[in-house]
Design a protein around this ligand. Sequence first.
Ligand code: ADP
Length: 955
Amino acid sequence: MYTETKNPEVLQQEIEKLKRRVAELEQNEQKHIEATETLKKSKNSLENIFWEARSGIGILQNRVFVEVNPIVSEITGYSRNELVGKNSRFLYPNDELYNFVGKEKYAQVKKYGTGTVNAVWRRKDGSLVDIRLTSTPIDSMDHTKGVIFTALDISNLKIWKNELQNSVERLKIIFENAPDAIYLNDFKGNFIDGNVAAENLTGYKRQELIGKNFLKLNLLPPKHLLKAAKLLAKNVMGLKTGPDKLELQTKNGEYKWIEVSTYPVTIENQKMILGIARDLTKRLEDEKFKRESQQRMAFHVNQTPLAVIEWDLNYKVRQWNQAAENIFGYSEEEAIGKHASFIIPKVELKNIGTFLHNLIRSKKGSKSVNKNVCKNGDIVLCEWHNTPLVDEKGEVIAIASLAHDITKRVHAQEIQRVAYNISNAANTSVSLNKLIKHIQKELSTIIDTTNFFIALYNKESDSFSLPFFIDEKDKFSSFPTGKTLTRYVIKNPKSLLATKPVIDKMEEKGLIESVGSDSEIWLGVPLQIEKEVIGALVLQSYSDPNAYNEEDLKMLEFVSNQISLTIHRKNTEEQMKKALQRATEADRLKSAFLANMSHEIRTPMNGILGFTNLLKNNALNTYDKEKYLSIIEKSGKRMLGLINDLIDISKIESGMSEVVTRDFSLNEMILDIHSFFKPEAEAKNLKLSCTTGLPNDSDIIKTDHEKIYAILINLVKNAIKYTNSGSISFGYELNNHSIHFTVKDTGIGIPKEKLNSIFNRFVQANSSLSRNFEGVGLGLAITKAYVELLKGKIWVDSTFAKGSVFTIEIPYVKGKFMNNTEEIEKTATEDKIKTKLKIILAEDDAINRKLFSYILKEISDDLLMATNGAEAVETFKNHKDVDLILMDLKMPQMDGYEATQIIRENDKDITIFALSAFALETEKERAAKNGFNAYITKPIGKAELLQKIGEHFKI
Ligand code: ADP
C-alpha cells in the first residue's frame, strides 16, 4: 500500500504524533470514565433527593406527569403508574383552578424563573387537599422540555396558622385578664405596653402609660428609685429579677405595696423588659389579719384554763400550753416530743391504741373523762375533748386535745354526795351503830377509813363512849379518860392533823398522853352542833405519814357538821324510840299491873274482911276462931308483902334506895334465912338446904346487909313458891374477888323466851301459869336493882318444868370481925333487965294505939299514951322514970323528931324507938342521927317489936 518510501524522520514524527494522540485519547478516556462516574454519582444524589425527599417532587411536560416521587402518591392517593403519562388536569376539582394554576405559574416563571401557587387537589378517595405548588423549568431556555415541580401538603400548615392565631388571641385574653399587672418597657424605663391590671394598679390608662417613663410618671417614691435602677441594670445584663417588694405611687397619690418580677425578653428582634407586678395590699392585710389572729389565738391558748395539747399520730406531744403545764406540772420544753404515756396511768396505757384507731377512723371528735398522772405523782381527773385534725385530702394528720382539770369539781361533788348520803342515812339506818358504819362506808369513798372511830362525848360525866371503832391494831370498847388526842380535839375544840413527830412534841410538852399504838398520822375533827361538842371523828394511819392532808381535813370539817347533825338526830331518834317503847311497855304493864294488883289486893282483903265477919259470930269454937285468925293474919302478911314491894320499887325508881354498908356475918344470915323458910318449905313437903362458902370465923363481909337479905329472901321465897316437889338449896361461895350466891330449885322452870324479861317490873313468866301463884312480878325487879346497886350481876339458868338456878355475883369486901362494942352493948342491955317496962307510946292513929297496947301488954303494965309530939314531951316531963318511948315520926302539931330533940335535951340516956311507915333507909339514918335508939317500920309485927325491945332490955 504504501509504496512510497517515506522519510524515517517524518515517520518518526508521525509515530510520535500518533503516540501523543493515543496518550491523549487514553487520557480523555480516563477523564470520560471519571466524568461519567462523577455524573453517575451526582445523578444518584439527585435521584436520591428525588426519591427520598419528604415533599412531593415530579416532572411535568406540557402539564403531563413524566415522573413523580412516592410523596406525590402519598398526597394524591394515586400510584406512580396511575399518574405518569396523565395530564394533571384530573387532580384539580375544576378547569378554572387548573387554568389559574397554569397561568399564574407561567407568569411567575417568566418573571422570577420559578413560580409558586396555592391550589387544591382532589385525592383519589375524593377528598380535597390544600397544596402549595412550586415549578421551575428544566431548561430555562426551552420550556417545552418540561418543569420540575414540588407539591407541599399545606392542610396542616393552615391548621397551624389558625392555631397560632388562636393562641395569640388566647394570650391576649390572658394578658388582659391577668390579675397581676403585666407590662413591657425598654431598657430606659419607657413603657411599651401594659394590661388592664396595670391600669388598675397604677390608676393610669394604657395610653397614658405607653411611651412614658416610669420616672416621669412618679410611679416610685424616691426611696425606691435606687432599688428600681438596680433591677433595671440587672435586666440590661440579661438577668431576671424578683420578686421584689416596692412601694408604688398611683396616679391619685395613694401608696401601694407591690411585688415585682422582671424578665429581659426579645420580641420581634427588639430587646425589652417584661414586668409582672402584683398588688400586695390585700395580701399584706390578710397576712396582718392572719398574724393578728394567730397572736390572738396564741394569747387565748396561753390564757385559757384548758390544757391545749396537740399530738402527732404516734401520740407524741406537738403543742403544750401554759394550762397543760399548770395541770400536769411538765413545762412545754419537757413535754414536747414525749409519748402520751407520761401522763397516763399505767393501767390505762393499753387502751390508747384502740382509742387512737377509733379517733382516726371515725374522724370525729370524742369526749372522755380520764385519770392522769402529774409530774409529782398526783392523780388528777380530767375531762378530755379530742378532735382529729385533717388535711385538705381529709387525711388525719394530728389530734388536738383540750383537757379540763375537773378533780376539784368532782371532789366537791363527791363530798356533796357523801354529805347528802350521810344525811339520808339517818332515815334508813336502824341504829346509831349502823348509821356510823354507813358514815364510815360513805367516807371511805373519798378518804382512807381503815382506822376510824367516832367518840361521843358525855358532858355531864366528862367521858367518852365509842359507838364505833375499827382499827388494824387496837381494840377499844370504852375510851380511856385522860389526856388523849381525842380529848384534846374535843376540849379545844379544833381539828388536828398531826404526824408522828408532831404527836411526840405534843407529848413532850405534856399536852397529851398517847394511848394505844403509835400512828404515823392522826386526823381528828370535833363533831359540833352549833357551839356544843358532841364528840370527835378520828382517822389514823399506822403506815403512811402522807395518808391525809390539809385538804382532807377541810373536807372532813365540811362533812363533820352533817355527821354531827345526823348522829345527833339518830341519837335523839333512838332515845325517843326507846322512850316510846318504854311508854308503850309501861302502858301495857300498867294494865297488867292494875289487873294483877286488883287481884293481889282484893284476895287478901276478901280474906281479912270475910273472916273478920265470921269472927263476929260468938258461937264459934276455939278451933275455928284460930283458923280464921290465922287466915286473916296470912292475908294481912300477903298485903304487907305487896305494899313493901311497891314501896321498895318506888324507892328504887326515885333513886332513894341507897347502899348502906356494914360488917356482918354472912353465915349467920344464910342460917337465919334457912330457919325462916324451913317451916314454909316443910309445909309444901320440900327439902330446904343451905351451904356456906366461908368458915364461921372469917365470914364477915362489908356490904349492905338489908339488901343482901332482901335479895336472898326474894329468891328463896320464889324458889319455894314455884316448886311443887323436890328440893331447894341455896348458899354462897367465894370466887376470886367476888361472892357467888346461888338459889337452886327443882320447880316449874321458866320458858326460854321469858328468861330475859322476868327481871323486868310487873313481868311474870307466864301470866296464865302465874295466876296460880301469888305476886305482881316485882320481886325479881327489886332483886336485880339491889344487885346492881351493889355493883353485882344476876342471871338465871332454867329448864322449863325441871327447875331453875338463880346466881348472883357481887364484889367481895372483907369485913371486920365483931369487936368489943358489941360486948359493951350487950352489958348495957343487961343493965336494963326489967320484968315489966314503963312505956310512953306517942302515936296519932287510934287503931295503931290499940294494936300497940295489945302487943305491949306482955311486957308493960304501965303504958302511957300521947297522940302527938307535944303530948309526948309533956308526958315525959311528968314521968321521967319511963323505960322506953315509942315515938311515931309523923304526928300532927309536933312531929317525932322535934319531940325527941326536946326530950333528949333533958335526958340523954332514955331509950327512944322511932315508929315509921317509911321503910326508907335514909329515914332510918336520919332517925339514928336524931337521937333514936332504934327504928321500927310499920305495920308492926309483934315478934319484931318484942325482939327489938329485947335487944335493949332484958325482960
Ligand atoms: P312474882 O313472883 O311476884 O310473879 P317475881 O319478880 O318474883 O314476881 O318473878 C317474876 C316471874 O319469874 C314470876 O312470875 C315467875 O313466873 C318467874 N319466876 C321467878 N322465880 C322463879 C323460880 N324459882 N322458878 C320458876 N319461875 C320463877
